[in-house]
Design a protein around this ligand. Structure first.
Ligand code: ATP
Ligand code: MG
Length: 332
């Protein structure tokens, strides 16, 4: 079976619709066809300041949401990144294979550091993509299911893997990004030119899956739409409406052309009201399931412990091979 690896940050507590439609939904499907490894990437979360208590809670909350979304520990390996020390160990080697200029070109770093200001920006935020390189290569992943915003980091992973392989001999599978075109980028409801994001400046355009359905309905109803009245998919002329159509279509399985037909002659208000209901119908059982997993922390922690054990079996083998290739003397 081909292998997949992906991760999600435990920041902000709740996942948002972009995380689900862009990534997690694919993770659920890939369990049936792939040897799947999924991580709550807490090491990545501390690239921006985190309150320790909140981080601990949001890490368990992230795992609970992944289970609620349909990850099944019998069919995939679900673990917490910091439970597998090989990630940071391999990251160091990868840091020493990544060009400073190469890392400086990462647009997510440029965006996030610009938002934070130079003084508040850490070296961790800068080398975050290199830790991600290690995350992926440790599992010899063939493909990495992510949103469009991660494409550049997967390209970096490929480049570094190829560099390692050509310098030291074949060691790592060179992975491909797995990005579904329709849901590659879900946009912020208040600004349909930027992606919906956990670290958005304002929560107003972000549909968090753990929000009260009423709060989500309010956000959807006040979504920025476009001039005109026609409900039609057109990324350029109608980015706001197109984003709503994509969300509607993927949550219900109704094709966009059918939706366009269904809403012919109707206004934006009708689309928004119905979409609010569609979202409520999806999040209501999701929120309940998440709460059930949270109510049983012992089971949750034991799922994560077993996941870490399974992950380490693979990760430790890869790390040992990489260390050997680099020329480190094995500790006996
Ligand atoms: P941040 O903005 O702080 O980086 P995030 O919202 O991007 O947070 P992550 O945990 O970094 O959340 O991403 C988890 C997964 O969700 C990644 O695969 C990412 O590509 C995907 N993703 C995030 N936002 C979107 C979006 N708006 N549309 C599609 N996929 C997304
Ligand atoms: Mg992100």
């Amino acid at each position: 079976r081909p292998r997949v690896l992906s991760g999600i940050q435990p920041t902000a507590g709740s996942f948002h619709l972009g995380n689900y439609l862009g990534a997690v939904r694919q993770w659920v499907d890939l369990q049936d066809t792939h040897d799947a490894f999924y991580a709550v990437v807490d090491l990545h979360a501390i690239t921006i300041p985190q309150d320790p208590k909140e981080l601990r809670a949001s890490t368990r909350l992230a795992a609970a949401q992944l289970l609620a979304a349909g990850l099944d520990p019998e069919r995939c390996t679900l673990f917490v990144q910091s439970h597998v020390p090989e990630h940071t160990q391999l990251a160091w080697v990868m840091n020493c294979l990544t060009g400073f200029g190469e890392a400086s070109r990462m647009t997510q770093f440029k965006d996030k550091s610009a938002r934070q200001g130079a003084e508040a920006t850490t070296v961790g935020l800068f080398t975050y993509p290199v830790l991600q390189v290690a995350d992926i290569l440790l599992y010899q992943a063939d493909s990495v299911p992510v949103g469009e915003d991660q494409r550049q980091h997967i390209e970096l992973t490929r480049d570094v893997a190829e560099r390692f392989n050509s310098r030291y001999g074949h060691t790592f599978t060179v992975p491909s990004a797995f990005i579904l075109k329709e849901t590659a980028k879900i946009y912020d409801l208040q600004d349909p030119t930027v992606k919906m994001s956990k670290s958005a400046a304002s929560p107003k355009g972000v549909v968090s899956l753990l929000d009260e359905p009423k709060a989500s309905a309010k956000k959807i109803k006040s979504a920025v739409t476009d001039t005109g009245t026609e409900i039609r998919y057109d990324e350029k002329e109608k980015p706001g409406v197109s984003n709503l159509l994509v969300i509607y279509s993927t949550l219900t399985g109704t094709g966009i052309p059918e939706l366009e037909q269904q809403y012919a002659g109707k206004g934006y208000g009708a689309l928004k009201t119905d979409l609010a209901e569609v979202v409520a119908a999806w999040v209501t059982p999701f929120r309940e399931r998440t709460q059930e997993y949270l109510d049983d922390p012992e089971t949750l922690d034991s799922v994560l412990a077993r996941g870490a054990e399974k992950a380490r079996e693979v990760a430790s083998r890869t790390l040992a091979a990489a260390y050997e290739k680099v020329g480190f003397v094995p500790a006996k």
